[in-house]
Design a binder for this molecule. Sequence first.
Ligand SMILES: [Fe+2]
Length: 243
Amino acid sequence: MHSSPDELLATIGSDIHIHVLPAIDDGAATMDDSLALLELHYKAGIRRIVATPHIRSDFFPNTADTIKEAYTKLQSVAAQRWPDLELTYAAEYYADDYLMALIETDELLPLFDRYVLVETSMRSEQPYFIDILRAMIDRGWKPVLAHPERYRPWHHRPQRYAELYEMNVIFQINLLSLGGLYGPAEQALAEKLIQQGWVGAVGSDLHQAAQYRYIHRALQNPSIQLLGDLPLLNHTILLADKA
Ligand SMILES: [Fe+2]
């Protein structure tokens, strides 16, 4: 089944990675910024959004409480403006000692069910990253790896991707990568992962409304038709029980 580019976002239907909560990380700075992002997604046909602010102890020391507070503010406005838009919250966890502590106390905010969005360093190889993923899996979590195409240290190490794929880590690529925001290497790797059939989820990773032109560019990327045909977590979450 193939949709026109304009319909493709509506076909995917959900965004499970977006920095849309106001004044809580490097995403939306104000409530107006948050509403601008929601408006663009709503117009594109998205009806299910999981807000995923950064949790990273050195730069973004968010907690379940700070996230819930920002979410509640946004949701009170969004629910009136777009009654059929389902907005929930989770987090994008940076794999650090703080994440290990949260795993040990079982305090993670999942996208839904036991699926947890996690990222690692884009600049240098973190040798303990695999151990953290294993600890998550041992505790019954299902790691969803944010933007595997953006980890430069792995670009020339295809065995890293194979290793994670065999661990059943779900690869979540960014629409912004397919639109070329981060550069040709990230775009090419996202396309390659789609062609391999290794992509299990897609997110925008939008931080501001001005980036939306790269979403439109992504919708012109021929790979996106293939992506829409993969069994994506985005489809599962649309069918999942409402919390
Ligand atoms: Fe992100």
